[in-house]
Design a protein around this ligand. Structure first.
Ligand code: ZN
Length: 155
């Protein structure tokens, strides 16, 4: 177990619960689907891949709020059933050591740097981005599909 100088910020429970309510109410932008592969449906709340057979909700999430040049909304999954929010926030999530790109933003939500994770040591990439004092937070995204996965803040 390594101790990091950053903190992982999973999706807020209120947002996951709101997505579950919206899906239950049939919101057209909240799609319920069943995971059919082991490493294809990352839940942003518990930060685990949904297991085949588990139901997930796909919905749009504004990781960077509206009104800024880098404003961004994109599709994310959460488990359709309640799951426990990722708690080991001082440790990089084991399920997402591969296939992430890390984008550094300043305090006004401008993207100031981006690095592809090299797989074995994503912590080193994150720590390098955080060494820039301008960096306010780092967003981990899928390197292939670009979808927001989780946020990282300084401790
Ligand atoms: Zn989950």
């Amino acid at each position: 177990m390594r101790t990091s100088n950053f903190r992982v910020v999973p999706l807020a429970t209120e947002i996951a619960d709101a997505a579950r309510r919206a899906a239950a109410n049939g919101a057209p932008d909240h799609a319920v689907m069943t995971a059919d592969a082991p490493d294809s449906y990352p839940c942003r709340h518990c930060l685990h891949w949904a297991k085949p057979g588990e139901r997930v909700i796909l919905f749009p999430y504004a990781s960077i709020p509206p009104g800024r040049p880098y404003s961004e909304s994109g599709p994310i999954f959460v488990h359709a059933e309640p799951c426990e929010r990722y708690r080991a926030t001082d440790q990089y999530p084991a399920d997402f050591r591969n296939g992430r790109v890390f984008r550094a933003y300043n305090s006004t939500h401008d993207m100031i740097d981006a690095q592809v994770g090299n797989g074995s040591e994503p912590e080193a990439v994150v720590e390098k981005l955080l060494q820039d004092t301008e960096t306010a937070f780092v967003d981990a995204r899928s390197v292939t599909r670009g979808c927001f996965t989780f946020r990282i803040e300084r401790l």
